[in-house]
Write a protein that binds this ligand. Structure first.
Ligand code: G1P
Length: 325
């Protein structure tokens, strides 16, 4: 007799939703006429890393939730016939392939958020497109190093556990107010925890743990019905975190349970200027083409920098050194 697997059959995840409607005010004036998703991280716009990550994990359908002024995002993943003809005529095959491959990464779709009512609201805008399938959400401010297959691990966890799967990283307790934070329980599997509750950007001292939600989610479609009636939460916005908190309380009922992969790999935050600069430097250092030359320049440059500790008596610092700060 054939041995039947005890694993339930689960619908495969095919669709990714990428919220990209934010105004990018933290990067003004760069983002006055350019979407923040298009800011280059080395030589690719930030959003391209995210779409490549989704495609790399086998998701061949990407829905961008955009807003006004995001045309460049749409154009970036579209065919560019004129440019392709110019590159073909020049015989510049490498660049031609780079440009063409972009439009073949995934089937791209776009929907507008309409009003900036929060991440939960942006995800709810994907409901018609996603339908009744599980789907992934990827936030563009978090870049995951392609060598660390976080999304693939999350999809595997969804196959094993069903429900929804988040990604958590341990942060300094002083940083928990910047994230959604999770109450968790151990599971029998190394690196996977059960999420029992979530708090969006907890006030100091009120975080359930130092496990912070990072911008990757694999969600059961039951989240839509919850989002539909989720009241505005932190910051007056409809929070995805609040809807997932409700799913986490459902255990084995529709939409639950919620598990999380604890991520210990390389993550680059491009959400504010200082972390964006670090992300550019780190990724440039790791690039096989640019890395060797850039790293050796960086080492030399670092040596010319003043010490990290500010002298206690700034007045004692020679004028020439002080001027370099
Ligand atoms: C969003 C989520 C938050 C999560 C974070 C990860 O916040 O609301 O729960 O921890 O992304 O980057 P945002 O950073 O968009 O304010």
């Amino acid at each position: 007799m054939p041995v039947r697997s005890s694993l339930p059959v689960r619908t495969a995840v095919r669709k990714a939703v990428v919220p990209a409607a934010g105004l990018g005010t933290r990067f003004l004036p760069a983002t006055k006429a350019t979407p923040k998703e298009m800011l280059p991280v080395v030589d690719k716009p930030a959003i391209q890393y995210v779409v490549e990550e989704a495609a790399g994990a086998g998701l061949d359908d990407v829905l961008m939730v955009t807003g006004r002024g995001k045309r460049a995002v749409e154009d970036h993943f579209d065919r560019a016939h004129e440019l392709e003809e110019v590159l073909a005529a020049k015989g510049d095959d490498d660049r031609l392939a780079t440009v063409r491959d972009l439009s073949r990464l995934a089937r791209m779709h776009h929907v507008r958020q309409g009003a900036p009512l929060g991440l939960g609201h942006a995800v709810l805008r994907a409901r018609d497109h996603v339908g009744r399938e599980p789907f992934a959400v990827l936030l563009g401010d978090d870049l995951i190093d392609p060598r660390d297959a976080l999304l693939t691990d999350m999809l595997a966890a969804r196959t094993r556990f069903g429900g929804s799967v988040l990604a958590l990283t341990e942060v300094d307790p002083a940083q928990t107010h910047l994230y959604g934070c999770a109450a968790v329980e151990r599971t029998d599997e190394d690196g996977i925890v059960r999420v029992t509750g979530l708090v969006e950007k907890p006030a100091p001292g009120e975080a359930p743990s130092s496990y912070a939600v990072i911008g990757r989610y694999v969600l059961d479609p039951a989240v839509f019905e919850v989002l539909e009636r989720t009241a505005p939460g932190r910051g007056g916005e409809i929070q995805l975190t609040d809807a997932i908190h409700e799913l986490a309380g459902r255990a084995d009922a529709a939409g639950g349970p919620v598990h999380a992969v604890v991520f210990r790999g390389r993550r680059y935050d491009t959400g504010d200027r200082a972390s964006y600069l670090r992300a550019v430097v780190q990724l440039a250092c790791g690039r096989p083409d640019l890395g060797p030359g850039f790293r050796s320049w960086l080492r030399g440059f670092a040596e010319t920098l003043p010490g990290t500790e500010l002298p206690t008596d700034v007045a004692a610092v020679p004028a020439a050194t002080a001027a370099t700060h």
